[in-house]
Design a protein around this ligand. Structure first.
Ligand code: NAD
Length: 355
């Protein structure tokens, strides 16, 4: 297992160090892992003058999976747009063909009070949102801002478009994930108004024939946004296009109320993946050993599950996280009175010990 390690900016190096400690446990026990470090984002701009330099491209292309911290920081906000850290992220996604974004929203019962929703609505929540990442209105052509020759008015325009192969491949990913979980898939669209998503629904329904064990339902996006708040535990896996997925995955993540806990994965057609926490580089707490490393540690567990088919090792890491939370240990972001407050590195140590 060749793993590219991109620590990135801000809290990136602190949280990635804890995920590596966890993986080192498995490596010492005999799992054949090799780690190759490379810079991304602001860190890469400082070293090479580009947020996704040639060196990093080569390391990532040669790897089987990429583990990433986070990129960005206020000192880079005045750079030309193509040189900003976030462009490095877009470039790596494109370079590796990462079309499937997996965002789990899991709420451990011990953290139910962190949510803004009533604990009984969210405790034990376990949803996986599968978002298509390389198509839809975000990439469709033509696009732009122009003067309409007929009216003389300025106007903005984008194109919502999905090809059959794009819908089929994301549908397969979603059905396969549902097969590993509770075998329920909800496809979210706006088929009553948008032809692109009427087509999406037709293709997802066709792909379903290959997965008779999975119960497929369809839901309009406006209703899905409402149901996620009203009764989120009705969902197992949700699959949707790029723009709806962008919005719904943020909504779902906030059900849990704790951004430091949320992992993510982006996969390509050969199961190579980029694994990263859902949060950013948190410059406000960088270098203070305060960050919550759990999202990054859970991202490493997803890497073992989705890129390397190491289900037992992934579950072992997830159970170690549960055990440490159940024992009352909390980083500052999820701290409540009565709990034991620990630093980023202490949290890593505790999870290693629990393994
Ligand atoms: P952020 O997610 O970095 O931080 C938002 C808030 O959550 C901050 O108060 C931060 O301290 C807190 N937080 C985030 N992660 C935490 C953790 N693991 N433990 C404890 N607290 C945590 O979002 P932002 O402040 O909007 O952005 C900061 C920088 O990160 C910007 O440069 C932005 O562009 C970048 N960013 C990067 C990514 C990425 O690398 N994928 C994603 C989002 C934002």
């Amino acid at each position: 297992m060749k793993i590219a390690v991109l620590a990135g900016d801000g809290i990136g190096p602190e949280i990635v160090a804890q995920a590596l400690r966890v993986l080192e446990v498995l490596k010492k026990e005999g799992m054949a892992m090799e780690f190759v470090e490379a810079p991304l984002g602001g860190q890469a701009y400082d070293a090479y003058g580009h947020p996704y330099p040639e060196f990093t491209q080569q390391v990532c292309r040669a790897a089987d999976a990429v583990l990433l911290g986070a990129v960005g920081g206020p000192q880079y906000d005045t750079l030309d747009r193509p040189l900003r850290p976030e462009r490095g992220l877009l470039a790596i996604r494109k370079d590796l063909g990462l079309f499937a974004n997996l965002r789990p929203a899991v709420l451990y019962p011990e953290l139910a009070n962190a949510s803004t929703l009533k604990p009984e609505v969210v405790a034990g929540l376990d949803i996986m949102i599968v978002r298509e990442l390389t198509g839809d209105v975000y990439f469709g052509q033509p696009r732009g801002i122009r003067v309409n020759p007929e009216t003389g008015q300025r106007e903005g325009f984008n194109t919502m478009i999905y090809s059959e192969s794009e819908v089929r491949r994301i549908a397969h990913v979603a059905f396969q994930i549902a097969m590993k979980r509770r075998k329920k898939l909800c496809s979210v669209d706006k088929a009553n108004v948008l032809e692109t998503t009427e087509f999406w629904r037709e293709i997802v329904t066709d792909v379903a024939k290959e997965y008779p064990e999975v119960e497929l339902t369809h839901m309009y996006v406006d209703n899905a946004a409402m149901q996620l708040i009203r009764n989120p535990k009705q969902f197992d896996v949700i699959v949707t296009g790029n723009i709806f997925g962008d919005i719904l995955s943020d909504e779902a993540s906030m059900l849990t109320g704790s951004i430091g806990m949320l992992a993510s994965a982006s996969l390509n057609e050969s199961k190579k993946g980029l694994y990263e926490p859902s949060h950013g580089s948190a410059p406000d707490i960088a270098g203070k050993n305060l960050a919550n490393p759990i999202a990054t540690i859970l991202s490493a567990a997803m890497m073992l599950r989705y890129s390397f088919d190491q289900e037992a090792a992934a579950t072992r890491i997830e159970n170690a996280v549960k055990k440490v939370l159940a024992a009352g240990y909390r980083t500052a972001d999820i701290y409540e009175p009565g709990m034991k407050k620990v630093s980023c590195s202490e949290m890593g140590e505790l999870i290693v010990a629990a393994m």
